[in-house]
Design a protein around this ligand. Structure first.
Ligand SMILES: [Zn+2]
Length: 166
C-alpha cells in the first residue's frame, strides 16, 4: 500500500470524466488499497480515484460504522428527502468549507473489487459523501453547489455568531 498525493483544485484533471473499470485485476486492487491508505492517513470521509490522478470510476467512502465501502462503477439509483445546508469539504479544496443541500438518504449500485454488483444505502453524512464522491467521477466539485466557501477561521466566527443570535 502507498499513500498518494491529493490533487488540488485548479488541476484540469479534476474536471474530467472518469472511465468505467473493465478489468477487476490486481491493478484495481492496488488502486483501492492505495486510496484507503491515503484516506486513513489524511482523515477524510471519502476519496475518488481522480483525486490521486487516476481517471477511473472508483470511490472509497468511510461509512457510519467507520468501515470502508469500496465502490467501482457506482451509480446513484435512489435518493430521498433533502438535508438542508450541511457543511461539506473536499480533500481537493483543502481548508475550505461550504454549505450544500444533499439528499437525506442515497442508494448506490456499484461493483466490488471482483466485479460483483451490490447496492448500498447511506443516511446523513454517508449519503452526503456518496453524492459528493460520485460527482468527482463526472468532473464536478462540491463548490459548484455552495453559495460561498469559508476558511476554518471564518466558519468558527460564523458558528460563534449564530450561537450568540440564538
Ligand atoms: Zn471531494
Amino acid at each position: 500500500m502507498a499513500r498518494k498525493k491529493i490533487i488540488q483544485k485548479g488541476d484540469p484533471i479534476l474536471s474530467k470524466t472518469s472511465h468505467p473499470v473493465t478489468n477487476f485485476d490486481s491493478k484495481l486492487h492496488t488502486l483501492l488499497n492505495d486510496m484507503k491508505d491515503t484516506l486513513r492517513h489524511i482523515g477524510g470521509a471519502g476519496l475518488a480515484a481522480v483525486q490521486i490522478g487516476i481517471l477511473r470510476r472508483v470511490v472509497v467512502v468511510i461509512d457510519d460504522q467507520d468501515e470502508f465501502v469500496e465502490l467501482v462503477n457506482p451509480e446513484l439509483v435512489e435518493t430521498s428527502e433533502e438535508q438542508q445546508d450541511g457543511l461539506e469539504g473536499c480533500l481537493s479544496i483543502a481548508g475550505m468549507y461550504g454549505f450544500v443541500t444533499r439528499p437525506m438518504e442515497a442508494t448506490v449500485r456499484a461493483q466490488d473489487r471482483n466485479g460483483n454488483f451490490f447496492t448500498v444505502s447511506g443516511k446523513g453524512i454517508v449519503a452526503r459523501c456518496f453524492c459528493h464522491e460520485l460527482e468527482h467521477l463526472d468532473g464536478h466539485l462540491f463548490d459548484e453547489h455552495a453559495d460561498r466557501l469559508y476558511t476554518e477561521k471564518q466558519l468558527d466566527d460564523l458558528l460563534e455568531n449564530a450561537e450568540k443570535d440564538s
